[in-house]
Write a protein that binds this ligand. Structure first.
Ligand code: 5GP
Ligand code: ZN
Length: 132
């Protein structure tokens, strides 16, 4: 049984901050920033591609509720939502989880994005492959 299933089953303790019949939200054991929270489905789904539309919707709704709790309790209004899906993406716990990362002034976290425009011909080819 995976570590998050054990948390759901109360075999491992957690600091629970939100719960619905199908989802659970608790503080991440390693707080990347203050209030770093994980939202999980109670049922074991391995990753993003394993989710059903119904549970995806419930996770999204729970995520929104947790951000509002963090806003009310901690006063945070800036967040990153992050899901690592698959080992290449850095997923370590094989039970879907959405990271909610409150952001603070000068918190030292950086998600650098390339700002160089893509080759338009390549981008069009990619678009045609994906969208048509
Ligand atoms: P991943 O790298 O899979 O996206 O993130 C896994 C997250 O789960 C990490 O941020 C890690 O700190 C957290 N985590 C792992 N084990 C436990 C645990 O037993 N309890 C809690 N609360 N968080 C955990
Ligand atoms: Zn699990």
């Amino acid at each position: 049984m995976c570590v998050f299933c054990k948390i759901v089953n109360n075999e491992i303790p957690c600091f629970k901050i939100h719960e619905t019949s199908n989802t659970l939200a608790f503080l991440d054991i390693s707080q990347v920033t203050k209030g770093h929270t994980l939202v999980i489905p109670k049922k074991h789904y391995q990753d993003l591609l394993s989710l059903t539309p119904d549970i995806a919707k419930e996770i999204a709704e729970a995520t929104l509720e947790v951000t509002n709790i963090l806003k009310t309790k901690l006063g945070v209004t800036n967040f990153n939502l992050l899901n690592n899906s698959g080992s290449l993406a850095g997923q370590e716990v094989p039970h879907f989880h959405m990271h909610i990362l409150p952001r603070y002034e000068n918190d030292g976290i950086s998600f650098s994005k390339p700002h160089k425009p893509a080759d338009m011909a390549e981008l069009k080819k990619l678009y045609e492959n994906i969208a048509k």
